[in-house]
Ligand binder design. Structure first.
Ligand code: NAD
Length: 252
C-alpha cells in the first residue's frame, strides 16, 4: 500500500505545494487545515483526503493521528507546516500576539509531533516527521519578526531533541528552513514591512531578491521538493537536520 502523509496547514501556500509534491511521489495525502474548504480543495487536487485540524488543539491532533492510522492503515509521514506571522516592532508586540505566535508555531509543532510520534511508535514501523521552521530559525536578523524568530529558533531546537529521542524508534525528524517564499503569508508581510519601513511593497520585494544569492523569490515548490527529499529514503541517514532552502539568502 502507498504510504500515508499528513500535512498541517495544507490549504494554502507551502503546505498545499507539499501535498501536491508528495501526492506526485505516490503518497496518500491527508490535507489538514483550520479552514475546511481549502483543505478539501487540496485533497481534491491531490486525490487525497481532508480533515479540519487546529494544530494548537492537542486532543484533536491525537484523535486525528489515531483515526488516520485506523482508517488508512498507516501513518508514515507527518509534515508540521502550519504557521503564522505578524510583523511589528519588538516593543509593540503584545503579550497576546506573542502567545499566539508561540502557540501555533511552536506548541502546534510540539503537539502534532507528539501525536505523530505516538502513532508511529504504536505501529512499530518507524516514520518521518518534517517540521517547517524558517531562515528566521537560524538568523535573528529578521526585522519586525521577534516573536516569530523566537518560535522558529525553538522549532530548530525541538527538531534536534525529537530526532535524538525518536531515533531508536526508527523515526527520523528534520526541519526545512525556507527563505522569502511567495505565499499569502508573504503578501501580508509585504504590506506590514512596507508600512514599517515607509517604502513601497515593490521596494520590499526587491530587497528580498537582493538578499538572495540566486536573485529570485523562493516558490512553495522549492520548499516542497526539499520536504519530499527529507521524507524519502534518499535521506535515510539524515535526522536532526535544519535544511536551509533559501537560494543563498543565509548560509550557515
Ligand atoms: N512564506 C514564507 O516566506 C515563509 C518563509 C519561511 C517559513 N515559512 C513557514 O512556512 C509555513 C507555511 O507558510 P505559508 O507561507 O505557506 O503560510 P500561509 O499563510 O500562506 O498558509 C498557512 C496555512 O496554515 C493554516 N493555518 C494557520 N494557522 C493554523 C492552525 N492553528 N492550525 C492549522 N492550520 C493553520 C492557514 O489556514 C493556511 O492554510 C509556516 O510555518 C511559515 O512560518 C514561510
Amino acid at each position: 500500500m502507498p504510504e500515508v502523509a499528513v500535512i498541517t496547514g495544507a490549504g494554502a501556500g507551502i503546505g498545499k505545494s507539499i501535498a501536491a509534491e508528495l501526492a506526485q511521489r505516490g503518497y496518500r495525502i491527508v490535507a489538514t487545515d483550520l479552514d475546511a474548504a481549502t483543505a478539501q480543495q487540496t485533497a481534491a487536487e491531490t486525490g487525497g483526503q481532508s480533515r479540519v485540524l487546529d494544530v494548537t488543539d492537542r486532543a484533536a491532533a491525537e484523535a486525528l493521528a489515531r483515526e488516520v492510522e485506523q482508517s488508512l492503515g498507516s501513518l508514515d509521514v507527518w509534515v508540521c507546516n502550519a504557521g503564522i506571522s505578524k510583523m511589528q516592532a519588538f516593543c509593540d508586540v503584545s503579550e497576546e500576539d506573542l502567545r499566539r505566535t508561540i502557540s501555533v508555531n511552536l506548541v502546534g509543532v510540539f503537539l502534532c509531533g507528539q501525536a505523530a510520534a505516538r502513532s508511529m511508535i504504536r505501529q512499530g514501523g518507524g516514520g518521518r516527521i518534517v517540521n517547517i521552521a524558517s531562515m528566521a530559525g537560524k538568523r535573528g536578523n529578521a526585522p519586525y519578526l521577534s516573536d516569530y524568530v523566537a518560535s522558529k529558533f525553538a522549532v530548530v531546537g525541538l527538531t534536534q531533541a525529537m530526532a535524538c529521542e525518536l531515533a531508536p524508534h526508527n523515526i527520523r525528524v528534520n526541519c526545512v528552513c525556507p527563505g522569502y517564499v511567495r505565499t499569502s503569508m508573504q503578501e501580508r508581510e509585504l504590506y506590514w514591512e512596507a508600512a514599517l519601513r515607509n517604502c513601497s511593497r515593490e521596494d520590499v520585494v526587491q530587497s528580498y531578491i537582493a538578499d538572495t544569492a540566486m536573485r529570485r523569490l523562493e516558490t512553495p515548490e522549492d520548499v516542497a521538493r526539499a520536504v519530499a527529499f527529507l521524507a524519502s529514503e534518499d535521506a535515510g541517514f539524515v535526522t536532526g537536520e535544519a535544511l536551509a532552502v533559501n537560494g543563498g539568502a543565509y548560509m550557515d
